[in-house]
Design a protein around this ligand. Sequence first.
Ligand SMILES: *[C@@H]1O[C@H](CO)[C@@H](O)[C@H](O)[C@H]1NC(C)=O
Ligand SMILES: *[C@@H]1O[C@H](CO)[C@@H](O)[C@H](O)[C@H]1NC(C)=O
Ligand SMILES: *[C@@H]1O[C@H](CO)[C@@H](O)[C@H](O)[C@H]1NC(C)=O
Length: 125
Amino acid sequence: MIRPIFFVLAFAAYSAYALQCHQVTAGNLSIPDTSQRQECMVGALTCLKVVDYSRGTYTKQCQAMNCTQGGVQNSAAGCTNTSAFGVNGATCCCYGDGCNSAPQTGLITAFGITTALVSLVKFMA
Ligand SMILES: *[C@@H]1O[C@H](CO)[C@@H](O)[C@H](O)[C@H]1NC(C)=O
Ligand SMILES: *[C@@H]1O[C@H](CO)[C@@H](O)[C@H](O)[C@H]1NC(C)=O
Ligand SMILES: *[C@@H]1O[C@H](CO)[C@@H](O)[C@H](O)[C@H]1NC(C)=O
């Protein structure tokens, strides 16, 4: 049984370092994000991306909280569309270094990797 050991090692290695997130204070959705991921402050658990579709802007930051979705902690990473005060936006929260990368592809990539892993596990089982 190699696979469980691999996952434990991967997790141990991962948690030994501070989280890194893309950090952008004022991004423009029409300009591709070329920011490098940067180490977060101690205690950061997740990366966050907040998109304002009305203004065409976004911000990216570290967050010292777990992801929540519908009030449930540690819910699967994803974007939640918000529409409040006439602002159409999205809030995306995710776990893992640099996971808040590009406005859209980061989540697609995370989903793709998960899908690939699931397929691989199914294939190997
Ligand atoms: C975003 O960039 C585009 C193209 O450079 C520009 O026309 C637009 O005004 C910018 N938007 C903001 C909110 O800065
Ligand atoms: C985040 O979730 C983990 C695992 O459930 C938990 O141990 C931790 O206390 C939570 N942290 C915060 C700030 O909610
Ligand atoms: C969120 O809003 C954006 C922009 O209006 C839209 O493209 C996207 O499909 C929406 N996503 C969900 C999950 O509703």
